[in-house]
Write a new protein. Structure first.
Length: 248
């Protein structure tokens, strides 16, 4: 009943123990999604029935480890903060997903929600929008005119729950549902968004939905259903990311 937009890695590296810092590790040889026929068929069926859409999620999601320690965000650098040839990789990943899913890719989701100035330029070159937000300093490095857009976006009545227009792309604030998220803050954001009749994008990992919230000791799946129920009570219109950007 509610459409889901999937953030898909085109050339993923085999990754183990996601979300468990002490045992999390990755191999280094990327594997194309093109060979995963059951997954492609499943997603394509969802696309045909209009309850799934696809976004580009990085290129291979490989972290650069600057110190040989268990996962630590200080020493494990996200892909689109360090990788080279960003524009080439974004184009390659976008082309692959459009080929296997027979659909247009409109959004880029940066691994770990980190995107460099070069990455912002690269997604714009490929006609993509950002599921997430860039810092004003990086936006100004891309194009000084973005400062004016930044101010204009903040002055809109729906801010911070508006779709933000910049010189060559749009950005949408995403709200994470994770085992360590601030549940009270997340709930408050949903309430405020409803009052402003704004846009609320909830971002979560499918592999975390059976895990428990660290403070509430409730499975994330139940918290997800609770947020959906609240949104329904507010009279929310549930749409995919592509439909959302077309409505603006």
């Amino acid at each position: 009943e509610i459409p889901i937009t999937l953030a898909v890695i085109p050339y993923d590296v085999p990754t183990y123990n996601r979300g468990i810092p002490k045992t999390f590790y990755q191999e280094t040889k990327p594997v194309s999604i093109e060979g995963n026929h059951p997954l492609i068929e499943e997603i394509n069926e969802g696309i045909r029935q209009n309850y799934l859409q696809v976004m580009l999620h990085g290129y291979n999601h490989l972290y650069k480890v600057t110190r040989p320690v268990t996962y630590d965000s200080k020493y494990w650098i996200p892909e689109f903060q360090y990788t080279d040839r960003m524009a080439e990789k974004i184009k390659s990943g976008k082309n692959l997903l459009e080929k296997v899913f027979h659909t247009n890719i409109s959004f880029f989701v940066p691994p770990s929600n980190v995107l460099s100035t070069e990455g912002i330029k690269a997604i714009a070159t490929e006609g993509l929008n950002l599921a997430g937000l860039s810092g004003v300093k990086n936006l100004m490095k891309v194009d000084p005119r973005n400062l004016g857009y930044f101010v204009s976006n903040r002055l809109q009545s729906k801010y911070p729950y508006n779709i933000r227009q910049f010189t060559d792309h749009k950005e949408i604030l995403c709200h994470p549902l994770t085992p360590v998220c601030d549940w009270d803050r997340l709930s408050t954001h949903l309430n405020c968004c409803a009052e402003k009749n704004g846009t609320f994008v909830l971002a979560t990992h499918y592999w975390e939905l059976n895990r428990f919230h660290q403070q509430l000791n409730i499975p994330l799946k139940e918290l997800l259903f609770e947020l959906v129920k609240r949104a329904q009570n507010f009279g929310a219109d549930f749409v995919s990311m592509n439909e959302l950007i077309e409505r603006r």
